[in-house]
Design a protein around this ligand. Structure first.
Ligand code: NAP
Length: 590
């Protein structure tokens, strides 16, 4: 293809997508943007470290062929003032994997920011931030080594959609009128108005990425973060669509946390990932107090924005945090800090953010051996207190080195004794595994206590229901249904829809009343004659208060929980509601 300034290296091969999977040649072409300000310093240093790790890991059998692409000031100087050349976008799509340094946002350039423009143009819908601790890095936590979590933050919806109407504007007045007159909404005069769109499409593709990552990296859980107890149809819907996606596409590989306790007694089945959810505000506390319980988080935009910076601060600050923005396949890895112009070309700053983004990139490419070498070498160099100025000022007895000397120290470790480094990384993983086993032992020993401690807080009918396991037909005998109930240890069964399409339920109490008390034979009576129809149905999103109201209003002891299509998913009972409130407490609401 005819690029104007981009020179695609001839020795390399393009990364491609084959049958819905990345196909990685041994000599892939990878794009890089040097970036502005400190960008050239940290890029130069990082490129040397990545190359050394790849060379060492594969003895020269694999090699990245770098293709420089241009954004920001360097692009402007090459492309007549264009900071965001169209051919750079084309190259990002074509090369699939690229990595970039920080960029200055041109003042008056017509962009909110080049980074935002890039995400939008390439539809990079998942912002991925791994947050893990490297031994020796200054941290405010007591047990920072327990932090090893990857945050998948949605990049296109929520507040990022930017649908806002300024107080006093004509659009604002129009929307306010509509909301008050047509929708019955109440709010103070002159309120600024914003709309927070959350769609099934946007939520599901983000959660899909998070689950795929958990599967590929052998992680044990994915946590959906939301504020669904307050915003049911956006935040709550994100959670519901997340669970729905897991059921629809990953039924073989996942179980819910509900099932972990109710079906498996807290013991995680081999090869299954637990899908759980946590309320957004609680997760901040949990990530500090019980970080080992979280491995992959899937969040909407705003929650993820706060959370990724807060989590990064636990393990050394946003200055060293790596990141990536990813679409279905195209991925742009990036330093998460800015261009720090006062340090430009001084060979002074810390290259860690870009360097570790490159580790993520190697993992994305499936080159784990090279990534592991850097992951193991990095804490060794920090432990020797050979660090750049930013760490040196936080450490006693540190040797302050330049950006390039820090890279040299890393390369010396990587090339020095690879077996030693591999052992070091294996030991770290074994320690993590042991930690997971201890968590599991605690869950199995006292599931209720473990569930409470881990911050689970059921707030909806879906969160407290007993899952339905099978239903019986109306023309089966009561005998057969009783057998099923005993076999599965359940006190009620669902009855498939009658000709009118109404689902039914048959409970143990129905059998006492309508069979034993009525002196009938269970072998001669049909389930349909004993079942209660139609069922009182409650939506999975209903709050615990709404569940209580409906139980009272209809004077029943159990109801069916159905999804948005009316398909039954489980049963809630006054007994279940009582147990939940007794276990987790009850906050009366206004
Ligand atoms: P910044 O460039 O991140 O710098 C703020 C401060 O953070 C620096 O003065 C320095 O602190 C520290 N810092 C940043 N990177 C460091 C590194 N690699 N090693 C050690 N310390 C580092 O933020 P800013 O000054 O607000 O923004 C400057 C420009 O960057 C703006 O044009 C902004 O638009 C752009 N920006 C780009 C991106 C991106 O491309 N992803 C992100 C954010 C901002 P000390 O002064 O304490 O040493």
């Amino acid at each position: 293809m005819g690029y104007k300034h981009i020179r695609v290296p001839t020795g390399g091969e393009k990364i491609t997508v084959v049958d819905g999977m990345l196909h990685m040649p041994d000599n892939p072409i990878v794009g890089y943007v040097e970036g502005d300000g400190i960008g050239p310093d940290i890029t130069r240093a990082s490129l040397r470290v990545w190359e050394a790790a790849v060379e060492k890991a594969y003895n020269g059998k694999r090699k990245i062929h770098w293709c420089e692409i241009f954004l920001g000031e360097k692009a402007a100087s090459l492309y007549d003032g264009d900071y965001f050349p169209a051919e750079t976008l084309e190259a990002c799509r074509d090369l699939i994997v690229s990595i970039k340094g920080p960029l200055t946002t041109p003042v008056g350039g017509g962009f909110r920011s080049l980074n935002v423009a890039l995400r939008q143009a390439l539809d990079l819908y998942a912002c991925v931030r791994p947050v893990r601790y490297y031994e020796g890095v200054p941290s405010p936590l007591r047990a920072p080594h327990e932090v090893d979590v990857v945050i998948f933050r949605e990049n296109t919806e929520d507040v990022y959609a930017g649908i806002e109407f300024q107080s006093g504007s004509e659009e604002n007045r129009k929307l306010a009128r509509f909301l008050r007159e047509e929708m019955g909404c109440e709010f103070f005069d002159d309120a600024g108005l914003g709309i927070k769109p959350i769609s099934p499409f946007g939520s599901k593709r983000l959660v899909r990425k998070a689950i795929q990552h958990a599967i590929a990296q052998g992680k044990k859980s994915v946590t959906l973060v939301h504020k669904g107890n307050i915003m049911k149809f956006t935040e709550g819907a994100f959670r519901n669509w997340g669970y729905e996606l897991a059921r629809e596409e990953f039924a073989e590989q996942t179980i819910t946390e509900e099932e972990l306790y109710s079906v498996h007694g807290g013991k995680q089945p081999e090869g299954k990932i637990v899908i759980k959810d946590r309320i957004a505000d609680i997760i901040f506390q949990l990530l500090m107090l019980r970080p080992a319980e979280f491995e992959v988080l899937a969040t909407m935009n705003l929650n993820g924005d706060y959370l990724s910076d807060a989590a990064a601060a636990e393990v050394g600050g946003v200055g060293i945090a790596p990141g990536a923005n990813i679409s279905d396949f195209v991925a742009v890895f990036e330093a998460t800090h800015g261009t720090a112009p006062k340090y430009a070309n001084l060979d002074k700053v810390n290259p860690s953010s870009l360097l570790l983004s490159g580790v993520m990139m190697l993992e994305y490419m499936g080159w784990h051996e090279a990534a592991d070498l850097i992951n193991a070498a990095y804490p060794r160099v920090i432990a020797e207190k050979t660090v750049t100025y930013d760490f040196a000022r936080q450490m006693k007895g540190a040797t302050e080195v330049s950006t390039s000397a820090f890279a040299d120290a890393l390369i010396a470790k990587i090339t020095g004794n690879a077996e030693d480094l591999a052992r070091f990384e294996a030991a770290r993983r074994a320690a993590q595994e042991k930690q997971q086993q201890e968590l599991e032992a605690a869950r199995v020993a006292n599931p209720l206590e473990a569930m409470k401690q881990s911050g689970r807080q059921p707030t909806t009918a879906g969160g407290i229901m007993t899952k339905i396991r099978g239903a019986v037909r109306g023309d089966e005998t009561v005998d057969a249904a009783m057998h099923l109930m005993r076999e599965q240890g359940i006190s009620s069964v669902l009855v498939e829809p009658d000709q009118g399409g109404h689902w039914g339920i048959m409970t143990q109490r129905d059998i006492v009343k309508k069979i034993i008390h009525a002196n009938k034979s269970p072998a001669m009576t049909k389930v349909g004659d004993v079942a209660s129809r139609p069922l009182i149905t409650v939506n999975a999103d209903a709050t615990l208060s709404e569940v209580a109201n409906m139980l009272m209003q209809h004077n029943v002891r159990r109801m069916v929980v159905a999804d948005n299509n009316g398909t039954p998913e489980g049963i809630v009972s006054d007994n279940g509601l009582f147990r939940t409130v007794e276990e987790f407490g009850w906050e009366p609401h206004d």
